[in-house]
Design a protein around this ligand. Structure first.
Ligand SMILES: NC(=O)c1ccc[n+]([C@@H]2O[C@H](COP(=O)([O-])OP(=O)(O)OC[C@H]3O[C@@H](n4cnc5c(N)ncnc54)[C@H](O)[C@@H]3O)[C@@H](O)[C@H]2O)c1
Length: 138
């Protein structure tokens, strides 16, 4: 077993979150991958993938079969939280201003908030405007 085994929640199981979650699980950490897409959660729990990425299916299958990766619709207590949800540019009249939509980051932050305790590590992988982490903390 991994010496410094941690319990890690990864919010968002897309092109960034799923490889990250799977890699950490195959290194021996206990990983709970969280996504709001129920089909993605079910697909991953069956050891398959819902996105197109060469050879990622091999890594995910290995992670799920190891028992260290499970996907869920809801987060839970953990040592570390990794946020990898989308931050697309806003559409509509202001599209030309290329303003990022951080509402997914806000939703993921609110979802993990009840499970944070002193010493929790939160890593924001989502591409975010300067000041996002300070605003999230507040
Ligand atoms: N740090 C880096 O090196 C790096 C590199 C590339 C992209 N990114 C950034 O990472 C972020 C994710 O990119 P991606 O390509 O993985 O996106 P993606 O669209 O492939 O995956 C995002 C996933 O998050 C899920 N999601 C949305 N809201 C959620 C919520 N509230 N809780 C849980 N899951 C939720 C979606 O259902 C989706 O499965 C973007 O902000 C992108 O710009 C970072």
């Amino acid at each position: 077993m991994q010496k410094n085994r941690q319990k890690i929640v990864v919010m968002g199981l897309g092109y960034i979150g799923l490889p990250t979650a799977s890699m950490l699980a195959t290194k021996g950490h206990e990983v709970i991958g969280v996504d709001i897409n129920e089909e993605a959660v079910n697909t991953i729990n069956s050891g398959r993938i819902h996105i197109v990425e060469p050879d990622l299916d091999i890594l995910v299958r290995s992670a799920v079969n190891s028992g260290n990766l499970r996907a869920s619709l809801v987060p839970e207590e953990a040592d570390t939280f990794i946020i990898a949800v989308p931050t697309p540019f806003k559409n509509g009249e202001q599209a030309h201003l290329k303003i990022p939509d951080v509402s997914y980051v806000d939703a993921a932050t609110r979802a993990i908030a009840p499970f944070l305790r002193e010493g929790s590590l939160i890593i924001l992988e989502s591409t975010s405007p300067v000041g996002t982490t300070e605003r999230s903390v507040r």
